[in-house]
Design a binder for this molecule. Sequence first.
Ligand code: PBG
Length: 334
Amino acid sequence: MTPFAAFPRSRPRRLRRTPWIRAMVAEFALSPRDLILPVFILEGQGQREAVASMPGVERLSVDLLVGVAEEAASLGIPALALFPVTPSERKSDDGREAWNEDNLVCRALRAIRRAVPEIGLITDVALDPYTSHGQDGLIRDGRILNDETIEALCRQALCQAAAGCDIVAPSDMMDGRIGALRSALDEQGFQDTILLSYAAKYASAFYGPFRDAVGSGRSLGRADKKTYQMDPANTAEALREVAADLAEAADMVMVKPGLPYLDIIRRVKETYDVPTFAYQVSGEYAVIKAAAAQGWIDGDAAMMETLLAFKRAGADGILTYAAIDIARRLREGG
Ligand code: PBG
């Protein structure tokens, strides 16, 4: 027997009658604190370019990016995730621009750190913005080299930490990189640099617009990342990946993409109860924006609803390209 009263004495609609009662019984709420804004950085001054496959998203030069960082901070968004658009003449087979201490990411880190000291700065650790082949790792004879790539990633992360990054976020999916990065950072005195592992990152069709935005898609061509990113068919493997990264001292973990993997977010959060982030990736964003542009759905409402779904699933925070729009809307009480 259920302990609850039955209809007609029980009427669940009583608690849905007015906005105030709905607010009173709401289990979850979205806040600007939950949102992290990924940004694309361009060379030059006063440069601004729309990303065609991501309506509302622009690549910005560092000087303009500082303004976005200020706005994000004033809206209560805790952190930015930085992604560089590397000019093709700076790309190479080994992605060495990744550990140039004057590369675009490092210059952006220094400029934002100076102008907006209160915002958290997250950098991506992976070679794909810098390699002429568009893969996240080093290649020999058509194979992605794990351990050699890790050495390169350590150089990249040290360079980012030295430029003022707060959180390094390896998105490369090489085995053993979390432990190696922790050791490399500690040895150089960066004990306080936080490690956010893209622990369960799937080989997804939803990364397409991002690869347009940073220009890695052109380099990648028809190749894929299935020998290191995870198979969408797997769940248990995600839990093992997260366990391994936690054992190697990841401070926080991420599941990516987001909406198609809410079950993974839920299982990771329930199993390990550690800070768990979700990435609403470029393709998820594009799908909502494209349908909204056709007038087929209410884009803002759909965005809010999906972001709330991440919270319901257990995410502690969400990387989303809509962070500024949503934070504004939340502030206006929408
Ligand atoms: C690269 C990286 C990717 C994203 C974040 N870091 C793309 C990829 O793995 O090919 C995707 C983000 C998005 O689609 O919004 N290491």
